[in-house]
Design a binder for this molecule. Sequence first.
Ligand code: FEO
Ligand code: CA
Ligand code: CA
Length: 738
Amino acid sequence: MSGQNHLLSQAVDSEDIGHNTSNNPTFEQILEARISRRGLLKGSFALMATSMFGMGLTACSDGDSPSTTPPATPGLTLSFNAVAKSVADALTVPTGYTATVLLATGDPINTSAPRYKNDGTDTDFDNRSGDHHDGMHYFGMNTTGTAHDYSNSSRGLLCLNHEVAEDLGFMHANGPTDYGSANTNARPTAEIDKEVAAHGVSVVEVVKSGSTYQVNRYSNYNRRITGATMMDISGPAAYDDLMVTAYSTSGSQTRGTINNCAHGYTPWGTYLTCEENWAGYFYRRNDTTRTAKENTSLNRYGVNGSSSGRYNWSRTTTTGLDTTAGGVYARWNAGITGTTAASDYRNVANTFGWVVEIDPFDIGSTPRKRTALGRFGHEGAWPAKAVPGKPIVFYMGDDARNEYIYKFVSDALWDAADANGGMFAGDKYMDAGKLYVAKFNADGTGTWILLNMSNPTVANYATYTFADEADVVINARLAADAVGATKMDRPEWGAVNPLNGEVYMTLTNNVSSSGRGSNAVPLDAANPRYYADTKGTATNKGNVNGHIIRWKEAGNDHAATTFTWDIYLFGAESSATTDVNLSNLTADNDFSSPDGLWFSHAVPGLLWVQTDDGYYTDTTNCMMLAAIPGTIGDGSSVTINNQSVPSGQTSITTRMGKVATTTTLRRFLVGPKDCEITGIAESPDGKAIFVNIQHPGENSTSATNPAQFTSHWPDGGTARPRSATVVITRNDGGKIAV
Ligand code: FEO
Ligand code: CA
Ligand code: CA
């Protein structure tokens, strides 16, 4: 796909890579949508639809009446003053709060590595924090440090993702050498090794220290998992021919996890790290002898046929283009270089794009790629509450424009005796189950469509002939295309409201060349906006500011195959017209491009929203807001008048949650220049939150000249900017935000 070159899109959003180019929905579906749209505009059907929307919960929720739904927010009040929008190179928190840096890029996680000099000469990222901090979770640990104690706020293991190595190359003394997907020169191995090791996950023990937290660098649990760590492959795709590489001729292992974006956690105490924009990492030049089926798969996932890979990792000054069967660098070369799949890395891309399980309490455990959860651009995997005797359910988003929302429902039923089960519980609950994809209907209902060979629409798909269940999970995007899943405006984080089980998911935005709003990808009720917004001299068109959708499973059963939905919140600039600023945002809570999302466990009903924005950054840096959402159906039907939509869909009717007020939505934090706010974890007592500040200064124009850095956060002065985890506490020792 032409959109794969991340450098081209960097100025707006370095993570907005590629889009779904499948021709789902079918022409018939578009026609059907047009007909019903015309119907909606004509009198009687319009009235009927409006009143259905107005009925909210009771209309569509399979007999689950509002009276049985617990109130979303009993007695919850936001107690801080809103933080103002800002373009300063500073992290701002409300008056009465303190933010301290806990762990920044390159900081040693043990006593092996010296202090990070941050001048590009540091090495040994296996013993340092990786870069680009992202999804994160706090696992409480008992006082003797031997097992989980989920309620312990004084001691725990913090697991955090390191999505990428900064593209500008701040970690190299003179910036990166011969770097990027268009480059065909060899690169110094030392640079490659450092970048690979800066990806992955950090596990660090954190201990309460005075009013804040510190990393215990002496802890035996501290560990780096990187782009080079050995991984097991489990579930339906394990041992499949499509997973065979020279590294694992049985197809049961691979090396490394990359582009670790958002995360998840399990009821049995393990961490999930999710592989998002992995497709751009592979070398594929002159790779012309692939089968038609292989090409369909490679193209659908955006594993480019003319790329050296994002970092050009397969070609080194010592090896040249590495074609060694067991090669450390050859594994980034996805071309056919040997005689069989067991002698090269033609299948290596199939070993990425998974949810990876890590047991932070077992430092010797091998991470496992859980293939039953499907292969796509995984943002994260968010569990519904585990209920004894019920399946374990994870909600997942595929973050690219026009991709889908999925869920996994385990075959095994939850047994609370597995609460400390580690990887063995993972084998039980994550290796066998049903993978579904979401279809959002215009009437506020929705369906989960099964993706396996028992679904004839999958088994008989004309575009791609699935061989078996392994093929379906490996090519989950194609299976989702087959069943006509709803193309969404970039699904980012999900979160399940602990009070009522309603599921929220951010749809960060959808602009430019993705086709949203065209005849090929028309607007729909779940992705209803198209408008123009200016930023400087640029005009961006589409759903520029994003929205947050939410749904409620039929009968409050997370394994259900139908649901009802509405749009909780629309991002917008407060000065925008009412057809754009539908949620009535004001200066105290306007935002753009929602991304991170987290329902507090310590303060049930409190929701955190984080942004990764490139469209409102002329006015404000990225931010985090606290919200007290209501419930599905607490708003109304709304008909949106869009502007200049290529498809001609000027008017779209959808259902929207109650509009926001500063009582229910308030800006809590604004980050430094050019950063993204992503990743939040909390101490079990709710008195500290851990927040990640990713890629401050990413629009700098030099990696070495401080005058050309747009940020010096967090070190200040002339320092190179770094990603970092910060701890935020309240000066009076109270719970955060309320
Ligand atoms: Fe890595 Fe979708 O954000
Ligand atoms: Ca604007
Ligand atoms: Ca994200």
